[in-house]
Design a protein around this ligand. Structure first.
Ligand SMILES: [Fe+2]
Ligand SMILES: [Fe+2]
Length: 182
């Protein structure tokens, strides 16, 4: 039985697919924004590597949205603009700020995917959602690689690193909360 205000299992799975699709869409846009500014600089290759992985994440969740008949978030046009703007703005602050953006986003996504994976393990312990959980865990590992790339490229020495990453993480949390439902 579901508590009042709690989503049914099927609705909950739809929320998971919806928000992950939204997140990977936004991630893709962040790297597009960063590459618009830094696309000819020394970090272009590593940014393109991360962008290619985000494209794979996005393609996977786009397929899941279609096969599971999940309504995508109505906020995609907002993430289209906000993702690109976040990427371009941090890149304009410099390469280290761009990397700090990646660290912040990926730490937020790691926590998000970790929570989803644990929830799926509890709610669907059998084979039922094993594939979805495996996908989330696979992508979580790559997001952590992105965070490590950010750290290896001097993210922590970006001006205002603490404030910048705290702000971006807070934004990610809001984006996640609204993209599950809207
Ligand atoms: Fe991703
Ligand atoms: Fe990522």
């Amino acid at each position: 039985m579901n508590l009042p205000g709690e989503a049914s299992p099927r609705t909950r799975i739809a929320q998971i697919v919806r928000v992950d699709h939204a997140g990977e869409y936004g991630a893709q846009r962040i790297y597009q924004g960063q590459l618009a500014v830094l696309g000819r600089g020394p970090k272009a290759e590593i940014l393109r590597h991360m962008q290619a992985q985000e494209q794979h994440h996005l393609d996977t969740f786009s397929r899941l949205i279609a096969t599971r008949r999940v309504r995508p978030t109505a906020l995609l046009p907002l993430w289209h603009i906000a993702g690109f703007a976040l990427g371009a703005a941090t890149a304009a602050l410099g390469e280290r700020a761009a990397m700090a953006c990646t660290v912040a986003v990926e730490e937020a996504i790691d926590a998000h995917y970790r929570a989803q994976s644990a929830e799926l393990a509890l709610a669907a312990p059998g084979e039922e959602e094993a594939d979805l959980r495996a996908t989330i865990e696979e992508f979580r590992a790559e997001e952590l690689e992105h965070r490590d790339i950010g750290l290896a490229h001097d993210a922590e020495n970006a001006p205002g690193y603490r404030a910048l990453t705290a702000l971006i993480k807070a934004g990610c949390k809001v984006a996640i909360a609204v993209s599950e439902r809207i």
